[in-house]
Design a protein around this ligand. Structure first.
Ligand code: NAD
Ligand code: TYD
Length: 337
C-alpha cells in the first residue's frame, strides 16, 4: 500500500493530481505537504475533507522538520510539485524561487534518503530547455538552457535530483511538461487571467507581438503522465509530456474572445516580458513508447470546458482576488508562508 507524499498539493496541478490519484487507485494514500503560499488554496481540495486516504500537512519543503514530520505519516514515495511557478514573479524577485525550487528540492532529496523512500518523482518543466526557433521540438536529450530565474531554479533542482540518483542510488524520475491549462489554475497565468478579465469585460494584456508559441496540454493529461512516470518510469530517466498543440499567444487569445463572445477591441498589446522565451514545443514520443501514455484531451473541448469552469467558479476567483482565502488560512492554520 503506497503512501505518496505530494508536495504543493494545494496548487493547480498538485490539487488535480491528488484528486486523480485517490480516484484512480483505492490502494494509494496521499499526504499533501503544502506551505499555503499565495498560490496554495485549500479550497482546491475541499471535496476531500474527511477522505480516509488523504492527510493534509501545512509545512514548507525547505524546512527539514516540516518535511520529516510529513514523512512520518508512513510515506513510501515522494512526488514533488511544490514550487514557485510564475515566470513574471521570478523576474520581480528570484529569491523565493531559489529557496523553494532549489533548496526545497535538496531538503526533500535528503529526507527521501533518510526515510528510504521507494521512488522520488520531480515534476519539472519544458522551460529548462530554453527557447526554440520556428522549427524543432524539445526532446529529453535537448541541453538545458534556462532563460528565466524560474526555469534556472527548476533546472538547478533537476540537476540535484540527477546527482542524488547517480551518487546515492535514489530511485528518481524527472518529468518535463509543457504549459498546462484546466480547472483550479491560479488566475495569474495566461488562460485563467484572460478568462477572468474577459468575464468582467476588461482588456487582456498581450505581451510584445503576441507571436510567442506555447504547447498546451490539459492538466488531466499531465496528471496521467506523472502517475505513469511514478509507476513505470526508469530511475535516472527524464520523460517529456506535451499536448502536441502549439498556439501563438495571440491566436489563443482570439479563441478565448470567441468562446466568450467578446470583441477583439479588448486586446491590449503591452510591453514584452524581459527575456521572453519565443517558442516551446515538446516531443513526447519517449513517454508514449516507454510509459504507454498519450495526451487524450482535445484543446477545443478542453478550453471550452475550462472557460465554463471559470464562469461557474467566479466566486473562487473573486476570493483569490480579495485575498479572503489568506485570512481563512491564518485562522485555520496560522499565518501562510
Ligand atoms: P502553483 O503555483 O499553482 O502551485 C504551487 C504549490 O506549491 C502551491 O500550493 C504552493 O502553496 C506550494 N508551495 C510553494 N512553495 C512551497 C514550499 N516552500 N513548501 C511547500 N509548498 C510550497 O504551481 P503549478 O502550476 O501547480 O505547478 C506545479 C509544478 O508543476 C511546479 O513544480 C511547476 O514548476 C511544474 N509545472 C507547471 C506547469 C504549468 O503549466 N503550470 C508546467 C510544467 C511544470
Ligand atoms: P504564462 O501563463 O505565464 O506561462 P509561461 O510563461 O510559463 O509559458 O504565459 C504564457 C504565455 O503568455 C507567455 O508567452 C507569456 C504570455 N502572457 C501574456 O501575453 N500576457 C499575460 O498577461 C500573461 C500572464 C502571459
Amino acid at each position: 500500500m503506497p503512501t505518496v507524499l505530494v508536495t504543493g498539493g494545494c496548487g493547480f496541478i498538485g490539487s488535480n493530481f491528488v484528486r486523480h490519484l485517490l480516484a484512480t487507485d483505492a490502494a494509494v494514500s496521499v499526504v499533501n505537504l503544502d506551505a499555503l503560499t499565495y498560490a496554495g488554496n485549500l479550497a482546491n481540495l475541499t471535496d476531500l475533507t474527511g477522505h480516509p486516504r488523504y492527510t493534509f500537512v501545512k509545512g514548507d519543503i525547505t524546512d527539514r522538520d516540516d518535511v520529516r514530520g510529513a514523512m512520518r505519516h508512513g510515506v513510501t514515495d515522494v512526488i514533488n510539485f511544490a514550487a514557485e511557478s510564475h515566470v513574471d514573479r521570478s523576474i520581480q524577485d528570484s529569491g523565493p524561487f531559489v529557496r523553494t525550487n532549489v533548496i526545497g528540492t535538496q531538503t526533500l532529496l535528503d529526507a527521501a534518503r533518510e526515510f528510504k523512500i521507494s521512488k522520488y518523482v520531480q515534476v519539472s518543466t519544458d522551460e529548462v530547455y530554453g527557447s526554440l526557433g520556428p522549427t524543432g521540438l524539445f526532446t529529453e536529450e535537448t541541453p538545458l538552457h534556462p532563460n528565466s530565474p524560474y526555469s534556472a531554479s527548476k533546472a538547478g533542482a533537476d540537476l540535484l535530483v540527477q546527482a542524488y540518483q547517480h551518487t546515492f542510488g535514489l530511485h528518481a524520475v524527472i518529468t518535463r511538461c509543457s504549459n498546462n491549462y484546466g480547472p483550479y489554475q491560479f488566475p495569474e497565468k495566461l488562460i485563467p487571467h484572460f478568462i477572468a478579465k474577459l468575464l468582467k469585460n476588461e482588456r487582456v494584456p498581450v505581451y510584445g507581438d503576441g507571436l510567442q508559441v506555447r504547447d498546451w496540454i490539459h492538466v488531466r493529461d499531465h496528471c496521467r503522465g506523472i502517475e505513469a512516470a511514478w509507476r513505470a518510469g526508469r530511475s535516472g530517466e527524464v520523460y517529456n509530456f506535451g499536448g502536441r498543440c502549439e498556439k501563438p499567444n495571440i491566436a489563443l487569445t482570439k479563441e478565448l474572445l470567441k468562446l466568450l463572445d467578446r470583441p477583439e477591441s479588448l486586446i491590449e498589446y503591452v510591453a514584452d516580458r524581459p527575456g521572453h522565451d519565443r517558442r516551446y514545443a515538446i516531443d513526447c514520443t519517449k513517454a508514449e513508447r516507454e510509459l504507454g501514455w498519450a495526451p487524450r484531451e482535445t484543446f477545443e473541448a478542453g478550453l471550452r470546458e475550462t472557460v465554463e469552469w471559470y464562469r461557474a467558479n467566479a466566486a473562487w476567483v473573486a476570493a483569490i482576488n480579495s485575498k479572503e482565502y489568506l485570512s481563512y488560512y491564518a485562522k485555520q492554520y496560522g499565518p501562510s508562508a
